[in-house]
Design a binder for this molecule. Structure first.
Ligand SMILES: Nc1nc2c(ncn2[C@@H]2O[C@H](COP(=O)(O)O[C@H]3[C@@H](O)[C@H](n4cnc5c(=O)[nH]c(N)nc54)O[C@@H]3COP(=O)(O)O)[C@@H](O)[C@H]2O)c(=O)[nH]1
Length: 793
């Protein structure tokens, strides 16, 4: 090997020629490759060592950078090689060239043979990275095993390929640019994915540095597998992007130094709170809390942070503009590689709207939509608490409030007016109790008052009496004045019950009692009431079947003409033959029938029975006999009542003038305008009309004049002490009034001869009463009438 240039350490076969092609020096790798001994090369010319494939003459100056040819080896055999001519630029005489030989695949010894003299070969083979040497043409001159592994290629095929082929199309040019940049500037680094023969991709960070082999400029490079780092980076990028784009507000605090200070907030946080990252970075997130608010939640958060644990809380915070919002907050610790909590990530959700919606739903579920009062559910909840508190010495009262005239108001004026009345009642009740008392509407016209922490019955009674009077005041709706009136049933607790159920039942019993006592009054529960209510309920249940079971009977109380003494008519009075209790008077069951609506079928039954009797009498030739029936307010309010009555009369072939309908004076005066209309329709039908209990209902004389009635019936209370000046005056006045209005006058409840004489003397037209006869069955009445029975008058 010729001196002048130390080629020995080079791992590749290299020899140096001058401008004339004379071999000047060579290295051991060349000897190994070509099989020459140390002296065999001396004096040789280039063409004695190499031949081009196409036989063209070979001159260093003409040589291309990269070409293939034949190495003329010792022993005469040839080896296909790749040739690189590298002109010497500065370390030897100008005009010299290094010729670098690389055997083509299948031609030369394996890479290890080339490397064997390379002093750091072993080290390179054990590097935890790729190692390669590339010439300017982009061919690998040298590489370690790792390169072969990654590219899934053998050491023989690698030198035949251009390094750009190891990359994806899109990466090729950037890779080439980077290698050239290293040639140009001395170094470069870049990241790219190597693609193996079978498509396996591995990400590498390549660092290239320019150097020379002999005087051949090459690039030495290492490739560091960064697949894992890339994956992590990609994951981080995704997380970061997700956090940035999240619709949830995210806040990250750093707690490494004992404090908990804001390090990052995402745009959603900025939007939600109005605070920008720049202005709050480094602050404790507690600056958003509201002093004294949601203390319990703050305490839980504090404890969790101290214990480095996750925590979930819902609390109120303030935005930058001072607005309060509900924050559904989740905080989780972040642990570093050493297992130490360094950060907390908080996810904030503005749940203000949901909260408001929830509250609205809760309100709707617990309040009456029409009046805004508590509903049954809320009342039950509060009553439960109140009843429990009562056991601890805080007694209370539960009052059921039932409007007396609501149905009438509703039916007469329509539901709109009814609704206004209910709202006004709600207002009056609400205004009459204390803030912590509860006013509830149970539905319809039923209200309930829950009065808490109220000791005595007297105090409650005074309060309720005040409310009752208040509810009895007129309500003006759309120019109309209506009076709702109310009955109150009251239970005190714990006295009348120690559970919600018992207290409710006691108040309900008291309410029944109030209703049976004629409405518009306040009744307290008493132990005996239960029995009364029980009876009431039993009667109510029995009455439903009474008509169907034929348990009702009609009695007829004769009416006598006070001038002739003849029986000219009768009042039909219903009785109930109860299977267990025997005969029950209408005083007991008519109010129940009225209350439950059973009065309608019951009243129909009475009219049909009365018509049957009239039919019987007519068949006997008694055509002008008049039977009167009592008409309840509810019957009168029935829409189809007149049509229904007309059909009944027609069905029984009854002359309308033989049927008389008795309507009480108070019933008429409750709503005179309506009554007038109803009576006019009945009158149009041809039936007779009578005002019952006259003198007790404060008749307006102007209305009395307008009512198309035929008869007024003096209430029996005026006959009680007819000798007494007061009653006598009234009775005389009623008779005179009736006659002046061209009405017949009848007195009821006549029990004595004295009463009879008085009435006769003062020109009363008819009488009925025990003095002559109580109500009798139809057969007896028929006999009385047919036999021409006459009372001595
Ligand atoms: N809607 C309907 N109401 C009805 C019907 N049947 C009866 N009633 C009403 O029930 C009330 C009580 O009736 P009753 O117990 O039958 O009492 C009547 C007579 O028995 C009683 N009377 C008759 N004579 C005398 C007497 O000399 N003394 C005295 N103390 N009482 C007597 O008076 C009642 C008749 O009253 P009135 O109706 O006012 O004429 C009662 O209000 C009935 O109206 C029905 O079918 N439907």
């Amino acid at each position: 090997m010729e001196a002048g240039m130390n080629l020995a350490p080079l791992p590749l076969a290299v020899f140096v020629v001058d401008a004339d092609g004379a071999v000047l020096s060579w290295n051991r790798a060349f000897e190994n490759l070509a099989g020459y001994g140390p002296d065999d090369m001396r004096g040789r010319k280039l063409d004695a060592v190499l031949a081009l494939d196409d036989g063209a003459p070979l001159a260093p100056a003409l040589a291309e950078v990269d070409m293939t040819g034949q190495l003329l080896c010792a022993g005469g055999h040839r080896m296909s090689v790749r040739l690189t001519f590298a002109p010497h630029s500065f370390d030897t005489a100008p005009g010299n060239y290094s010729v670098i030989l690389l055997p083509l695949p299948g031609q030369g010894p394996p890479r290890y043979a080339l490397l064997q003299d390379f002093p750091v070969a072993e080290l390179i083979e054990t590097l935890p990275c790729l190692f390669y040497v590339v010439d300017r043409s982009g061919h690998l001159l040298l590489w370690n095993r790792q390169v072969e592994n990654v590219l899934e290629r053998t050491g023989e095929e690698l030198p035949t390929m251009n390094v750009s082929e190891f990359f994806d199309d899109v990466e090729r040019q950037p890779v080439i640019d980077k290698i050239l940049a290293a040639f140009e500037h001395g170094s470069s680094s870049h990241e790219a994915d190597l693609v193996g023969r079978h498509g396996k991709r591995t990400s590498f960070l390549f660092n290239c540095a320019r150097t020379t082999l002999g005087n051949l400029p090459v690039v030495f490079g290492t490739g560091l597998d960064i697949s894992e780092r890339k994956k992590t980076e990609q994951g981080l990028r995704v997380s970061e992007r997700a956090m940035y784009s999240s619709v949830n507000a995210i806040l990250i605090t750093c707690c490494s130094h004992g404090e908990n200070l804001i390090e990052y907030v995402n745009p959603a946080f900025e939007q939600m709170t109005g605070y920008s990252l720049a202005e709050i970075k480094g602050r404790d997130p507690r600056f958003m809390r509201i002093e004294g608010c949601d203390m319990h939640e703050h305490q839980r958060i504090r404890m969790a942070l101290r214990a480095k644990q996750s925590v979930h809380a819902v609390l109120r915070n303030t935005r930058r503009n001072g607005e309060v919002f509900w924050n559904d907050l989740r905080i989780d610790p972040v642990v570093n590689i050493d297992g130490k909590v360094t950060h907390f990530v908080a996810v904030l959700n503005d749940v203000t709207q949901a909260r408001q919606y929830e509250r609205r739903l809760h309100h709707l579920a617990h309040h009456d939509a029409l009046t805004g009062l508590a509903n049954r559910t809320l009342l039950q909840e509060r009553l439960k608490i109140a009843v429990e508190s009562a056991q601890q010495g805080m007694p209370g009262a539960l009052a059921f409030v039932d409007l007396d005239n609501f149905k009438h108001i509703n039916d007469t004026f329509g539901h709109d007016v009814g609704d206004c009345v209910l709202r006004e009642i709600a207002n009056r009740l609400h205004a009459g109790v204390r803030e912590h008392d509860t006013v509830a509407r149970m539905g319809g016209d039923e209200f309930v008052l829950l009065i808490t922490e109220q000791a005595g019955e007297t105090v409650v009674a005074e309060l309720l009496e005040r409310l009752r009077r208040n509810l009895d005041r007129p309500i003006v709706v759309r120019g109309k004045e209506v009076i709702a009136g109310a009955s109150f049933g009251v239970a005190l607790f714990p006295r009348d019950g120690d559970t919600v159920d018992r207290v409710m039942r006691a108040a309900d019993s008291a309410m029944y009692h109030a209703k049976t006592l004629g409405k518009n009054n306040v009744q307290f529960y008493s132990i005996g009431l239960n029995e009364v209510v029980r009876q009431h309920l039993l009667l109510e249940a029995g009455l439903r079947n009474a008509i169907r079971n034929g348990e009702l009977a009609l009695g007829y109380q004769p009416k006598v003409d006070l001038r002739t003494g003849h029986v000219v008519g009768a009042e039909a009075l219903v009785r109930w033959n109860h299977p267990d209790e025997g005969l029950i008077g209408p005083d007991r069951f008519i109010p129940i029938a009225e209350e439950t609506g059973l009065i309608v079928p019951l009243g129909d039954w009475v009219i049909m029975q009365a018509c049957t009797t009239l039919q019987v009498l007519a068949a006997l030739g008694i055509a002008d006999f008049v039977i009167s029936v009592n008409l309840s307010p509810r019957q009168l309010r029935q829409r189809q009542f007149v049509e229904h009555l007309a059909a009944t009369l027609q069905h029984f072939h009854i002359h309308p003038s033989t049927l008389e309908l008795e309507v009480t004076e108070s019933q008429l005066m409750d709503n005179p305008a309506d009554a007038l209309e109803a009576l006019a329709q009945l009158k149009h039908l041809g039936v007779r009309l009578s005002i019952d209990d006259f003198g007790t209902g404060y008749s307006s004389l102007s209305y009395l004049q307008k009512f198309p009635v035929d008869v007024i019936k003096i209430d029996r209370s005026f006959l009680g002490d007819i000798a007494g000046e007061g009653n006598a005056v009234i009775t005389r006045a009623i008779i005179a009034l009736g006659h002046n209005l061209k009405l017949e006058v009848i007195a009821e409840g006549v029990e004595t001869r004295e009463q009879l004489s008085f009435l006769r003397d003062h020109d009363c037209d008819q009488m009925q009463g025990y003095y002559f006869s109580p109500a009798v069955p139809r057969d007896i009445l028929r006999n009385m009438v047919c036999s021409g029975l006459r009372m001595a008058v």
